[in-house]
Design a protein. Structure first.
Length: 165
């Protein structure tokens, strides 16, 4: 059984968090919140008390959660919360609505799949380059004598399996 979903998305240059949770059989409801800067911008609460006896409840609830979660993401993308954002944060919402950019864990809508694949590939390439640079820095620092290393380099070298002298 899925307990919940959490996704961070970037919309109009700002980071938003969408969280969907299942209350379980003791409190059979699905709650989705849209956050920005720790403040709840919108919430949706739906009870499923009327279907708790269905045969495949876990699968049904998971599907309901996914749909409710995606609905909140779509509403953000479509600008449904722009007025509330303007009121609360005083930003200009006259900018045309932009599609949310996935920051982590988001399953994009089918129409966003290609753009997301390109973004993931680009992020992976950048991360690979950063990892290669970090590995080279570690090798370089390990090649120097301990007297030439800074305390930070010595600790990093020790923690990564380099010389500990």
């Amino acid at each position: 059984m899925v307990v919940g979903f959490n996704h961070n998305v970037r919309y109009k240059g700002e980071l938003y968090h969408v969280q969907t949770e299942d209350g379980g059989l003791k409190k059979p409801q699905i709650i989705t919140h849209l956050y920005r800067a720790g403040s709840i911008l919108s919430s949706k609460r739906v009870s499923y008390a009327d279907i708790t006896r269905v045969e495949n409840l876990a699968r049904v609830v998971e599907e309901l959660m996914k749909e409710q979660h995606k609905e909140m993401l779509r509403r953000l993308r479509n600008g449904d919360f722009d007025e509330a954002i303007l009121e609360r944060f005083g930003e200009n919402s006259s900018t045309p609505a932009q599609f949310p950019t996935v920051v982590e864990n988001n399953v994009p809508a089918a129409s966003d799949t290609t753009a997301r694949a390109v973004e993931v590939r680009r992020e992976t390439m950048v991360q690979s380059q950063e990892t290669a640079a970090l590995t080279e820095d570690i090798k370089t620092s390990e090649a120097r004598s301990p007297k030439e290393l800074s305390l930070d380099d010595l600790v990093l070298s020790y923690l990564t399996g380099g010389e500990d002298k």
